[in-house]
Design a protein around this ligand. Sequence first.
Ligand SMILES: [Zn+2]
Length: 119
Amino acid sequence: MWEHPAVSDDLDALVGALSDLPVASFIEVLQRTFDVRRGDIELAYFERKYALVVCSLLLCNDGIAQTDEVQIEFVARLTEAAQFDELSQDGGCATCRQEAISTNKIATCAVCGGSLSLT
Ligand SMILES: [Zn+2]
């Protein structure tokens, strides 16, 4: 597919900039962009939104991922500055029952907006 050179250069620069961000900043940029672009996927009778997930597949001894048991964790929204450098806190949302992951122990569920207490 042909791309205008300036657009391609801009995207490469954007990818480079995003790749250099600390995890918490990278997530914040994506989540804020998701909010702005929510209209892209809105439907009349559904609340639809973009969400960031981390999916984990167990690797076999040969390094091949097992696809029969995939763990999906929604990256939580932060309500304050990141506590940890990694997505080291996880747990379930008491409201919507989805699994969540975050840099913080206290965060907001990316799916339903409920409060999360992660460990
Ligand atoms: Zn929730």
